[in-house]
Design a protein around this ligand. Structure first.
Ligand code: C2E
Ligand code: CA
Ligand code: CA
Length: 511
């Protein structure tokens, strides 16, 4: 071969190498079938191109699958960010986003969304007593019932704790009320947790959005309506009205003030004697709380206890009362010649009974002061003892186990069913002053009270009459066989110091 003439295969070799180098991996260099050096190089390059192409394809597949995984992870993350993990409902963020979407549509002429905010009434008690996992079960059941009660286009969200929300797009007040009623009914049905059957009432605030309203305002107003719903004694539904905002502001001011009052000892206890009717001997006292308000003067319990109960402040307030009443008793035991039976009575409310810390708190105070549990009498109302769920029963038996005495207060105003009185874990029954009022003047009332006393004694319980204002009433009660009594006739509620004087006078007389 003439060395002056270049081998034509060299040209296509160079061209092929350039194409492969530029990324065109499918390029193959043609070869003539000759068996020389050039042919060997061409075969080598083609093999290399094969390898490169395979490697490249694998790489591409790997990148694709990784990208798909990443995309899926991102979707999952987004879902998690918008879902409540416990109930799988929408969370607050998700609710806010559907609300802002619905509100934007309203400004374009669509019907406004309605927002329902719900709070379970006795959830804390369930959680405290039965444990968190039972509490979680309850929340999951409630979540399912909520979803069953609304349309698929509605959004059900859990806002945290035992608070839920339902958003109805393109709604109106009539529909919102109807849905609220349906929810109320669905949730009022009892649910089985383990081998316990419980009912968990709910309060629902309803607000149909105003044109131009922000998400925050809508939520705040539905929330305000929910608080108002909680405060009313029956029907758990309240539709928002502007006056509620004012009431709420006033309430939150009172709550702040009440917290201050507890911290800065603006609360004070007055003590009213409880006497043995036959002899007039002072058996003990009932502690009654008052609030020395810096601007409004001395406030009586009916002016602040209901609010304290509504807002949960009653738990702190109750702890304060219990602690101070028992400490006062200890102080008297140390300084005065009290007999060993002398007892102090403390009132507790439903909310306190549902708080599991109550037992521990009572135990701590008794231990701290060294006061014998038998010298503490806890007063609770009839309805608390009768209608209470498992939580209340647990608290009551816990208190009994400590050795504390339990007393039914205001007996005769509530259920007064004969059958339950035997079953209740109580020691004493206090006959309400409305039954005592007619005594001494109304003969029939005398017979009625006599029957009530028989009933109490037949159940093996002790009786105390309250609201005794006259000597006639006291005498009549002695005649009817009532053991103890309390009322203005024997002494009004008074600060500890004045009670000490009363006690000293009595000791002087009896000596
Ligand atoms: P209650 O437990 O029935 O307490 C008796 C109330 O009757 C007291 O009113 C007392 O001053 C009043 N009273 C006593 N003797 C007579 C009488 O002869 N005639 C008349 N007309 N009234 C008499 P107070 O102190 O205003 O207490 C009202 C209610 O507030 C109490 O009713 C009790 O349910 C609640 N309360 C008081 N202190 C506490 C407390 O520390 N915690 C809780 N949870 N509730 C309390
Ligand atoms: Ca009482
Ligand atoms: Ca009473």
């Amino acid at each position: 071969m003439n060395s002056e003439v270049p081998d034509p295969r060299l040209h296509s070799l160079v061209e092929g190498i350039v194409r492969i180098a530029s990324g065109d991996l499918s390029t193959r260099i043609p070869h003539s079938g000759a068996r020389d050096d050039v042919a060997a190089v061409i075969a080598g390059i083609n093999l290399m191109a094969d390898d490169l192409q395979t490697i490249y394809q694998e790489l591409e597949e790997r990148v694709e699958s990784r990208t798909a995984m990443l995309r899926q992870a991102q979707v999952e993350l987004e879902r998690m960010a918008l879902t409540d993990p416990l109930t799988q409902l929408a969370n607050r963020t998700a609710l806010n986003s559907v609300l802002s979407h619905a509100l934007a549509e309203t400004s374009r002429g669509e019907l406004p969304p309605a927002l329902l905010i719900l709070d379970l009434d006795s959830f804390k008690g369930i959680n405290d007593t039965l444990g968190h996992s039972a509490g979680d079960d309850v929340l999951r059941v409630i979540a399912r019932r909520l979803q069953d009660a609304v349309r698929v286009t509605d959004t059900v969200a859990r806002l945290g704790g035992d608070e839920f929300a339902v958003m109805l797009p393109k709604s109106n007040l009539v529909r919102a009320r109807r849905v609220a009623n349906r929810i109320l009914k669905a949730l009022s049905e009892s649910l089985d947790i383990g081998d316990l059957r419980i009912t968990c009432g709910t309060s629902i605030g309803v607000r149909v959005a105003e044109p131009g309203q922000s998400v925050d305002d809508l939520v705040m107003e539905a929330d305000t309506a929910m608080y108002a719903a909680k405060a009313q004694p029956h029907s758990g539904i309240k539709v928002f009205e502007p006056a509620l905002l004012y009431a709420r502001r006033l309430q939150s001011l009172m709550v702040t003030e009440m917290r201050e009052a507890i911290l800065h000892d603006q609360l004070t206890l007055h003590y009213q004697p409880v006497v043995e009717l036959a002899t007039g001997r002072i058996e003990g006292v009932e502690a009654l709380v008052r609030w020395n308000h810096p601007e409004r003067g001395l406030l009586m319990p009916d002016q602040f206890i209901p609010l304290a109960e509504e807002t949960g402040m009653i738990v702190e307030l109750g702890h304060w009362v219990l602690r101070n009443a028992v400490r006062q008793l200890r102080d008297w035991q140390d300084r005065l010649p009290l007999d060993s039976q002398f007892s102090v009575r403390v009132n507790i409310s439903t909310t306190e009974l549902q708080n599991l810390e109550l037992i521990e708190h009572v135990q701590d105070i008794l231990r701290e002061t060294g006061v014998d549990a038998a010298n503490l009498i806890i007063e609770l109302t009839e309805s608390m003892a009768v209608t209470g769920g498992d939580v209340d029963k647990y608290s009551l038996s816990g208190l009994r186990q400590l050795g504390v005495q339990l007393e039914i207060d205001d007996f005769g105003t509530g259920y007064s069913s004969i059958s339950y009185l035997r079953r209740l874990p109580v020691n004493v029954v206090k006959i309400d002053r409305s039954l005592i009022a007619g005594l001494g003047t109304d003969e029939e009332q005398g017979r009625f009270v006599e029957a009530v006393l028989h009933l109490i004694h037949a159940c093996g319980l002790k009786a105390v009459a309250e609201g005794i204002e006259t000597a006639e009433q006291a005498e009549e009660l002695v005649r009817l066989g009532c053991g103890s009594g309390q009322g203005y006739y024997f002494g009004r509620p008074a600060p500890a110091e004045s009670f000490e004087e009363t006690l000293a006078q009595w000791s002087a007389v009896s000596e």
